[in-house]
Design a protein around this ligand. Structure first.
Ligand code: B12
Length: 378
């Protein structure tokens, strides 16, 4: 717990103990006041268009840049974190190319639901015991969670831009309670990345364009989770068998040697990888059923199958072809296009041309036509 090394006041200690009882692995206290440097860095990120199509980052950037811009009554921020340390190294999953690699945070229940439930209990307790107004936030609200966690002493923003902790490595998920009362501050953490650049060099798509600067448009997490369109060709091979998110920059962090496997069952540390073939036959209803309660459900069946087809194309395993061919006629152009791309990795242009001629209906979607033309060599 950050509290192990943090000096708490008596009131902070009470809150930290209650938080620990509710399953939070780290707690800190930060000021809700403006931090011009953080706001400036957010603006730099947005001006460089690193957010890609995540317009929601831009739309409420004023509120995002400081807690008091989001809620003017906020004086203090209780910043909390949960350890989701995986039982095995996610980098090992990348060797099993017939299997889909799912990033560690997404292997179990949707963490938003789980953390929010605990956060609500903690917030209510703070509100009732101090007679103050509070508001809770996890991930999706316009809050800069990482810089706030650093201010509260939970860790520092590493060169991969995520929060790194001396106790939990790169495996923390963050949440906050804004409080309309002064709870004081715990000491901010300082940068301990030193000369290490492992997260930068391991990134398969060179998304960390400079230390502490991530161009999300290149990040496999963005491409496989947030991005709704046709994944640009330049990134498809590099995606390998990653079908939902990417952990490479986190997994290589040397501070993980102090991390422990998560004790929260919700994060499913018993997770076993699944064969790609089993995903290819999912229709919408099966997809929803299979991923009910999981964050994966959020991206919907078509985007998920898009990702799986890229992994199939990269697997080097022609035996998936009988499952790929029906997807050439799928209702979703996103799926049809990636089925063409996957198939062309196993068939020569003449065979692809025959497949195209035998389609029950000629292809009409421009992006899929482009995939066919490239596959046939037109
Ligand atoms: C948008 C978003 C994404 C986007 C963009 C990521 C990004 N780095 O901005 C995408 C989809 C790519 C993404 C991916 C992931 N995400 Co995300 N994401 C967010 C979200 C919603 C907002 C982040 C944000 O504000 N970005 C805008 C930029 C400007 O902010 P920033 O990253 O803090 O940028 C800072 C640096 O650039 C830094 N900086 C710039 N120059 C310099 C120079 C120096 C010297 C220094 C010190 C700093 C510095 O200053 C900026 C401001 O602090 C947060 C939740 C939240 N509300 O905060 C989760 C969050 C960051 N994501 C999280 C996770 C777990 C992930 C993934 C690991 C998921 C996965 N396995 O696939 C990956 C990691 C990829 C990566 N290396 O960042 C966690 C991270 C937890 C942690 N320990 O930090 C968060 C906090 C969610 C949560 N509630 O726990 N994510």
């Amino acid at each position: 717990m950050a509290g192990d090394r943090t000096e708490f006041t008596a009131r902070q200690k009470q809150i930290a103990e209650r938080a620990r009882g509710l399953g939070f692995d780290a707690v800190g206290f930060a000021s809700a006041a403006q931090q011009p440097e953080i706001a400036e860095r957010l603006q730099q990120f947005l001006s460089a268009n690193y957010h890609g199509e995540m317009d929601w980052l831009n739309e409420r950037s004023h509120q995002r840049s400081a807690p008091q811009n989001l809620w003017s009554q906020a004086i203090s921020v209780v910043t909390v974190a949960m350890n989701y340390g995986p039982a095995t190294n996610p980098l090992d999953d990348l060797q099993h190319r017939n299997f889909g690699a799912i990033s560690a945070y997404a292997r179990g229940r949707d963490y938003h639901d789980f953390i929010k439930k605990q956060l609500r209990i903690l917030a209510r307790w703070i509100s009732e015991s101090l007679q103050v107004e509070v508001k809770i936030f996890v991930d999706t609200a316009p809050v800069m969670e990482k810089p706030l966690a650093q201010l509260g002493g939970l860790g520092w923003q590493g060169k991969h831009s995520n929060l790194v902790s001396r106790d939990h490595g790169s495996w923390l998920l963050l949440a906050e309670i804004f409080v309309a009362s002064d709870l004081g501050e715990t000491e901010a953490e300082t940068d301990h990345c030193g000369g290490c650049n492992r997260c930068i060099t391991i990134c398969p798509t060179a998304a960390i364009v400079a230390p502490y600067r991530l161009d999300a448009r290149r990040c496999i997490s963005y491409l496989t989770i947030e991005y709704k369109g046709v994944i640009p060709r330049e990134f498809r091979s590099a995606i390998g068998n990653r079908i939902y998110g990417c952990d490479d920059c986190l997994a290589v962090c040397p501070w993980n040697k102090f991390a422990r496997v998560t004790g929260h069952l919700e994060f499913n540390s018993d997770y076993r990888m699944e064969n790609l073939g089993g995903f290819l036959t999912l229709d919408d209803a099966n997809f929803r059923q299979k991923f009910s309660g999981s964050p994966i459900k959020r991206i919907g069946r078509d985007r998920f199958i898009r990702n799986v087809l890229i992994a199939v194309g990269n697997s080097g395993e022609p035996s998936f072809m009988p499952l790929v061919l029906p997807l050439l006629c799928d209702d979703s152009p996103l799926v049809r296009g990636m089925a063409v791309w996957a198939a062309r990795n196993y068939l020569v242009p003449v065979e692809m041309s025959k497949l195209r001629q035998n389609l029950p209906q000629p292809e009409t979607d421009d992006s899929v036509i482009e995939e066919w033309n490239l596959a046939i060599g037109d």
